[in-house]
Design a protein around this ligand. Structure first.
Ligand code: MEV
Length: 316
């Protein structure tokens, strides 16, 4: 066993297909290696176990309830890896904003799991990693789809169909660059999901919107292979307009979407549940992405991140 173990992971976004994915249509999620979380686990020779993180610094026994998922995961890893006799210090360092649809909790769980396996010098399979991360996600989210953990731990986009598919999506983009901008307002996942459910009951046109979203998502894989950024941008705009028709956008997200296009992005859309959270925009290159990011601050974005799209593993 080592004295210190390290693990890292990254944020994720839903690129296409939020909400319609709940009704069986495909979605595409993307890890964001530019937005990271790391975990360091160190055996303590004396004293009690401790945790240091942006939520809480102090004794392991006193961790707040918001960190119950992390606590359960850590205890389970200590048992699994035969480390229950040791006291430890866990340090979590995260750039991922919480409650913005960027998969902060799943990415943290992935980083912690990797750190524990690194400490114990044991091989960690992808299946075991996702199983472990899911322990924390069950506690934090109740009924996770597993998409967050699968994406946070991946080096490629994920094609996802609820309860069916979760596969690597080939990508061949050269200079296209993604901008992620925080609207400054927390996303409201359960409110938004319930609102769409209601709308499906009372408005017959809603199913049509969901079907159109599925048709948009189905055009994405070939555009990713063909490096067709104008088409990807257009599909993002179409997806945003359909999300507006589902009433999950906000005036702030719409304002940011229009600004991103004015600043040179080829397309932009809200990402995640909506009713707050983040906007994503695709720019043809890094220079334009930087302009888009700067301009979005002028219309109220509270933070932005830039993710080049040529950094993903291509085919196996
Ligand atoms: C929320 O991040 C994504 C939604 O599609 C809900 C879900 O997939 O569970 C809105």
């Amino acid at each position: 066993m080592k004295k210190i173990g390290f693990g890292a992971s990254s944020a994720k976004i839903i690129w296409f297909g939020e909400h319609s994915v709940v009704y069986g249509q495909p979605a595409i999620a993307l890890p964001l290696p530019a937005v990271k979380v790391s975990a360091q686990i160190k055996i303590r020779q004396q004293g009690t176990s401790q945790i240091f993180s942006r939520y809480y610094d102090g004794d392991w026994d006193q961790v707040p309830v918001e960190m119950a998922g992390i606590k359960q995961l850590t205890e389970s890893l200590r048992h699994q890896l035969g480390l229950t006799d040791y006291q430890f210090q866990l340090v979590i360092d995260s750039d991922i904003p919480a409650e913005r649809g960027m998969g902060s909790s799943a990415a943290t769980a992935v980083a912690i799991t990797r750190a524990f396996f690194d400490l114990s010098e044991k091989h960690l399979t992808r299946t075991d990693l996702l199983k472990a991360a899911n322990i924390a996600e069950q506690v934090t989210h109740g009924n996770p789809s597993g998409l967050d953990a699968a994406t946070a731990s991946a080096k490629w986009p994920i094609w996802y169909v609820k309860n069916k598919e979760n596969t690597k999506l080939p990508i061949n983009l050269s200079t296209a660059t993604m901008v992620i901008a925080d609207s400054g307002v927390k996303g409201k996942t359960s409110v938004a999901v319930n609102q769409v459910k209601e709308q499906l009951i009372i408005d017959p046109k809603t199913q049509d919107i969901i079907d159109k979203m599925g048709a948009v998502v189905n055009q994405v894989p070939s555009a990713l292979i063909a490096d067709d950024v104008p088409l990807l941008g257009s599909l993002m705009n179409q997806n945003h307009n359909l999300l507006r028709q589902l009433n999950v956008s906000t005036p702030q997200l719409d304002l940011m979407q229009i600004q991103a296009l004015d600043s040179g992005a080829f397309g932009a859309k809200l990402t995640g549940s909506g009713l707050g959270g983040c906007l994503i925009a695709i720019a043809p290159n890094l220079i334009i992405a930087q302009k888009v990011a700067n301009d979005l601050f002028q219309v109220g974005a509270s933070a932005t991140w830039i993710q080049p799209l040529n950094q993903f593993e291509k085919q196996d």
